[in-house]
Each structure stands twice: as C-alpha cells, then as structure tokens.
Design a binder for this molecule. Structure first.
Ligand code: ZN
Length: 156
C-alpha cells in the first residue's frame, strides 16, 4: 500500500518527512541572476527550516524562488512548465531549464505514484521489474508494493 496520496502528497527534499497536503508545500528552484536559467528544483515544506538558505547560495549569482504546490499542481502551471521547456528548446531564453532535472520534477509533480516509486526505481530496474520506460500506474504501484514488502521482511 502506498503511503502517499498520489499528486497531493510528497516527501520533503529538505527534512524528508511527508508533505500532507499541497497547501503545506512549495516548489523551490534557483534562478541564475545573469542568464535566467532555472535549476535545482526541490519539493519542500513551506517553512523557513526547509527552505534553501539564501545567504549560502548568493555567491553563485542564484536567486531562490518558490511557488506554493496548490498552484503548481494546476493545469495552468503545467502549461507554464511546458513553456519553460519550449523556451529552452528554441533557445529563446538560453537553455531555460536543465533538462534532466526538469523531467524528474515534472514526473514528481504530475505522474501518479512516481513520488513513491522513484525511491525503488534503480533497484527495481536491476531486478527486472521494468525497462526504465514503464510509467503506468499499475507498474509503479507494483514496484511500491514489492519493495515496501521486502523492506518490512528485512526489518522483522
Ligand atoms: Zn520539510
């Protein structure tokens, strides 16, 4: 049984605890002050203890931005995210996003059960459960139940 509700609960990248509802979380990212490039996406609790420390990254010309998750999970913001990708591809805004980071945050935000299944993705690939391109809900749920069970077995 998954522990997270798909697309409304996540694991915080800062404190690792679960974010119980979209209103409690933020999508955080860094923006390069010179090039506008967006990177270092994180899903975190919207509280100072989980946010990046502005002072520690200021030296690298990066600005910390965040958007509440209840806004991020709307169709409108999905369109906005695709626009970032489009700008990057057409080089209108020189490589707006780091593509590998971007695809991962898109999966975490918009793909049911990915947030939980991603923890077991590499191991379940090695074990032959998927070919790295199976993102169906049933496949991800199978991975979650398989590896949660094996975790329980080793702990008892
Ligand atoms: Zn947190």
């Amino acid at each position: 049984m998954p522990v997270l509700q798909p697309l409304t609960q996540w694991f915080c990248d800062s404190c690792k605890a679960s974010i119980e509802q979209p209103e409690d979380g933020c999508l955080e990212y860094l923006q390069d002050a010179r090039t506008d490039r967006v990177s270092d996406f994180r899903i975190i609790h919207c509280r100072p203890s989980c946010h990046s420390n502005e002072e520690s990254i200021e030296n690298k010309d990066k600005i910390v931005n965040d958007i509440h998750l209840d806004h991020v999970i709307t169709y409108g913001f999905f369109g906005h995210m695709l626009n970032w990708l489009d700008l990057s591809e057409t080089k209108k805004s020189e490589e707006r996003v780091v593509i590998t980071e971007f695809t991962e945050i898109m999966r975490r935000l918009y793909l049911p059960y990915w947030e939980e299944a991603r923890q077991y993705w590499q191991q379940s690939f090695k074990d032959g459960y998927h070919d790295k391109c199976s993102f169906e809900e049933d496949d991800l749920l199978r991975i979650i139940s398989e590896y949660e069970q094996s975790g329980q077995e080793t702990s008892t």
